[in-house]
Each structure stands twice: as structure tokens, then as C-alpha cells.
Design a protein around this ligand. Structure first.
Ligand code: IDP
Ligand code: MG
Length: 132
């Protein structure tokens, strides 16, 4: 069974939207097989967001992602990597269609409620990163 790494971001915690994200994952028919609340530090964020480490807004990402706890999850299901990206919507909450998590709860490109792996390969790397 395919699996992916999903993580609610600190704005989900601060706005009381963790349950909403979990409900949408379960309603879609996916199974959450592991879950953990964590406080991330700059070191693990530099690894996780290595593709953005040279961007001018990287320090804002670190500030945002350390502004509260995150909830990391292993989520399983058929084609779950692509399926989760579909129900999350695109990165920018302004562009994300209504009905997606980001479309319904985010209004900009940085604070967008949820992370989801972008490939099967990265899912396994991220699961190892956060669950060991
Ligand atoms: P993704 O989360 O949709 O996979 P990525 O490009 O991997 O998007 O970016 C990771 C995270 O970095 C985004 O979810 C968002 O929080 C933040 N981010 C990406 N691009 C920007 C930007 O242009 N400005 C501010 N934050 C950004
Ligand atoms: Mg990404």
C-alpha cells in the first residue's frame, strides 16, 4: 500500500484546524497509521525544505514553521501521494480551488495549513526524517 507524509503546520494548530485536516484525510478514505505532535527546529527545517534554503523567504518559512507545534502523520491508501496533493490543493491558498484544504483555509502562499509529500520517493525520505 502506498504511503505519504502529511504534516499540519503551526497555523492549523493556532487556528484549531488540526481536526478538520484529519477529518478530510479520513473522509477521503485514507488511513492514518502513525501520528506525532512535534516542535521543529531550524536544522530539520533546513533539511525538509532544502529545495528552498537559498530563497529570500526561507527565514520566514523557519519563523512560521517554528511558531507552534506541527502534527506529522503517516497516511496510507491507493495512490495516496497524488490523492493527498489533490485534496490539499496547490501551494498558494489564493490560487487553490474552493473545496481543497488550502483553498478553504489559506489565503496566501506561505501559511497554508498542511504539508504533503510530492512523490512516492520523497514520501519515504520524509517518513524516515520524521518517524525514524
Ligand atoms: P508545497 O508545500 O505545495 O509542496 P513547496 O514549493 O514545496 O510547496 O514549498 C514548501 C512551503 O514553503 C510551502 O508550502 C509554503 O509554506 C512555503 N513557500 C513556498 N513558496 C513560497 C513563497 O513564494 N513565499 C513564501 N512561502 C513559500
Ligand atoms: Mg513541497
Amino acid at each position: 500500500m502506498e504511503r505519504t507524509y502529511i504534516m499540519t503546520k503551526p497555523d492549523a494548530y493556532n487556528r484549531g484546524l488540526i481536526g478538520e485536516v484529519i477529518t478530510r484525510i479520513e473522509n477521503k478514505g485514507y488511513k492514518i497509521t502513525n501520528m506525532k505532535m512535534m516542535n521543529l527546529d531550524e536544522a530539520i527545517l533546513t533539511e525538509h525544505y532544502a529545495h528552498l534554503a537559498d530563497k529570500p523567504f526561507f527565514k520566514d518559512i523557519v519563523e512560521y514553521m517554528t511558531s507552534g507545534p506541527v502534527v506529522g502523520m503517516i497516511v496510507e491508501g491507493e495512490n495516496v501521494v497524488a490523492g493527498m496533493r489533490n485534496i490539499m490543493g496547490p501551494t498558494d491558498g489564493l490560487e487553490a480551488p474552493a473545496g481543497t484544504i488550502r483553498g478553504d483555509y489559506a489565503n496566501n502562499k506561505s501559511e497554508n495549513i498542511v504539508h504533503g509529500s510530492d512523490s512516492v520517493e520523497n514520501a519515504e525520505i520524509e517518513i524516515k526524517r520524521f518517524f525514524g
